[in-house]
Ligand binder design. Structure first.
Ligand SMILES: CC(C)[C@H](C(=O)O)[C@@H](O)C(=O)O
Ligand code: SF4
Length: 475
């Protein structure tokens, strides 16, 4: 048999029907649902008198609109209330499991899927949400779909899909201390651009990727979409299996070794060919900070804000000028001279336990700069409880951070958590578009450690030079 890539194997396992030159019909193993992109889909089902084909393969949570503070009080935003109420009603009517606002398992859809063990190697996973790519970290084929497709999947458990091309992003070597998975993916996007992987499914390979934990792998796959890719995948291995073992929705202990035997097949065969390939060395990657209004407009913390005139084409110069204007930045300014007003540690990119641990390590025994307002928003209520069990909340609260309930929060400011006009934020999220975190707000994408350090110093700093607490005599 012809050697195949990981993507091709998972794809082939799910094609129900494919006519030459036409989109394939794929079977969907897991459909995740949230309150923003589902109301119209359910309304469509009702209109046509249809039911949900496989409620048992469908799971819902509320995350985008939910308040992250004072949860027992009424929510004032009418759209949020309408969307959340609709989800409750729809899940009841159609028999779908919902992790609602009061559920101890509530959280960002891309955080709770893996956490519950719903996300498994080899599955096809869809959700009306672009960052569904996160789940590819387990060797699943996971991608975002539009609301009409949500309706289609609800009704049929299938999806029409054009076969994407493949791209290998190989990260060789080893990361230096202070450099994280977030820096890898920001560096990849800075290199290939936000359209660099358009029409492809990326597979991340190489020694640096194999050494990452599952949470770090999720950070990488999460942002595949910001490089234009349809999805990102990482072949499952022992790290994957041990993460999944014992999770409530993962195969039970009796079936687990059988599952592993199957999952082990999900690797790219020797001799399989990717349509495109990009290679980076992890040891060349430094902590990244974005300076512009797209995730590709980023650089190393040791660099300066770029000069528009250094870009080769007129259109690039124009977009850089516009970005710098919006961001209120002067070319040539060292990144470390940029002062921040706000710090947001959260989002489906960087709100899991290891992210909070990394940030807390930087924050420990220090104080948030007096002119900075900083918050930590755990990705799920389970992450929140786990962090509290380790006492991480004490570290953040003592430093002056706010410690919130879980949700998307200031990643996209659909709830009350938002930036004011011209407020500048160091954010661990994945998008820095104009107005993303609030009208006129200015977003710099960074890793959790970099965000934590910016909160303490009031400006960006190179975390590689962060002194251990003990040596500063503060501990
Ligand atoms: C609201 C939703 C449709 C959107 C997405 O698909 O990505 C959101 O999650 C985002 O991150 O912008
Ligand atoms: S945390 Fe942000 S990126 Fe992730 S699903 Fe929510 S809004 Fe989208």
């Amino acid at each position: 048999m012809k050697p195949r890539t990981l993507f091709e194997k998972v794809w082939d396992r799910h094609v129900i029907e494919q006519e030459e030159g036409k989109p394939a019909t794929l079977y969907i193993d897991l459909h995740l649902v949230h309150e923003v992109t589902s109301p119209q889909a359910f309304a469509g089902l009702r209109l046509h008198g249809r039911s949900v084909r496989r409620p048992d393969l469908t799971t819902a949570t509320m995350d985008h609109n939910v308040p992250t503070i004072h949860r027992s009080q009424p929510i004032t935003d009418r759209t949020s209330v309408a969307q959340m109420d609709a989800l409750v009603k729809n899940c009841q009517e159609f028999g779908i499991q919902l992790y609602d606002l009061d559920s101890p398992e509530q959280g960002i859809v891309h955080v709770i899927g893996p956490e519950l063990g719903l996300t498994l190697p080899g599955k096809t996973i869809v959700c009306g949400d672009s960052h569904t790519s996160t789940h590819g970290a387990f060797g699943a084929l996971a991608f975002g779909i539009g609301t009409s497709e949500v309706e289609h999947v609800l009704a049929t458990q299938c999806l029409q899909q054009q076969k994407p091309k493949t791209m290998e992003v190989r990260i060789e070597g080893m990361l230096s201390p202070g450099v994280t998975a977030k820096d890898i993916i920001l560096a990849v996007i800075a290199k290939i651009g936000t359209a660099g992987a358009t029409g492809t499914v990326i597979e991340y390979t190489g020694k640096a990727i194999r050494q990452l934990s599952m949470e770090e792998r999720m950070t990488i796959c999460n942002m595949s979409i910001e490089a234009g890719a349809r999805a990102g995948m990482i072949a499952p291995d022992e790290t994957t299996f041990s993460y999944l073992r014992g999770r409530p929705k993962a195969p039970s202990e009796e079936l687990f070794s059988e599952a592993i035997a199957d999952w082990k097949q999900l690797v790219t065969d020797d001799g399989a060919i990717y349509d495109q390939q990009v290679i980076l060395n992890a040891s060349d990657i430094a902590p990244q900070v974005t300076w512009g209004t797209s995730p590709g407009m980023g650089t190393e913390v040791t660099n300066q804000v770029p000069f528009p005139e250094h870009y080769p084409t007129e259109s690039e110069q124009k977009s850089v000028r516009r970005a710098l204007d919006y961001m209120g930045l002067t070319p040539g300014t060292p990144i470390t001279d940029i002062q921040v007003d706000r710090v947001f540690i959260g989002s489906c990119t960087n709100s899991r336990l290891e992210d909070l641990r990394a940030a807390a390590q930087v924050v420990k025994n220090r104080q948030v700069s007096p002119h900075v307002k900083a918050m930590v928003v755990p990705g799920s209520q389970q992450v929140k409880r786990a962090a509290e069990k380790e006492g991480l909340h004490h570290i953040f609260l003592a430093a002056g951070f706010e410690w919130r309930d879980s949700g998307c929060s200031m990643c996209l400011a659909m709830n009350d958590d938002s930036l004011g006009d011209k407020e500048r934020c160091a954010s661990t999220s994945n998008r820095n578009f104009e107005g993303r975190q609030g009208r006129g707000g200015r977003t710099h994408l960074v890793s959790p450690m970099m965000a934590a350090a910016a909160a303490i110093k009031g400006h960006f700093v190179d975390v590689r030079q962060w002194e251990p607490t003990i040596e500063e005599g503060l501990g």
